[in-house]
Design a protein around this ligand. Structure first.
Ligand code: FES
Length: 164
């Protein structure tokens, strides 16, 4: 019987194998950086520090150069995908109505920093610019549900309800 720690090891090495297979298909030409990152994002779902290191070795460029490019594009995620995705809007309207406090409360309750997934992989947390619903500011989107006029006091009950 495999315990959870062993299972997560196997999962991690499966992902690493996938990344290695992707890298095998590309030469060390630095122009391959974005296509490689796109393929890892598509097939593995995120760019872990280990994957970034593998890419940097393959292309013979620094890991910080890889991050420099990857962080420029919103399509790349750096945390393992969780079951539920939380987007906290920090566009101007949401920011002036307390978006920062909303984000901090999610971070505290989930024990994660923005851009990370919770340890149980139930929630990933990210900040976004305007979601196009400024009249409802401050706005949070969890999966496909929009939560308008968000207040810090509503966050705990919402998370409990989703956890079920
Ligand atoms: S600024 Fe948040 S929805 Fe527009």
């Amino acid at each position: 019987m495999i315990n959870m720690a062993e299972a997560s090891q196997i999962l991690a090495s499966d992902e690493t194998i996938k990344v290695m297979e992707i890298l095998k298909r590309y030469s060390s030409d630095k122009d391959n950086l974005i296509p490689i990152l796109q393929e890892i994002q598509k097939n593995v779902g995120y760019l872990s520090p280990d994957f970034v290191r593998l890419v940097s070795k393959h292309l013979k460029i620094s890991a910080s150069s890889v991050y420099g490019v990857a962080t420029f594009y919103t399509m790349f995620k750096f945390a393992k995908p969780a079951k539920h995705n939380i987007k906290v809007c920090l566009g101007t309207s949401c920011h002036v109505k307390g978006g920062d406090r909303i984000l901090e409360t999610f971070e505290r309750l989930l024990e994660v920093r923005c851009g990370e997934s919770s340890r149980d992989l139930m929630f990933s947390l990210e900040r976004v610019a305007c979601l196009g619903s400024c009249a409802l500011a401050p706005v949070v989107v969890i999966d496909d549900t929009i939560y308008g006029n968000m207040h810090v006091d509503r966050i705990k009950p919402i998370l409990s309800k989703i956890r079920g």
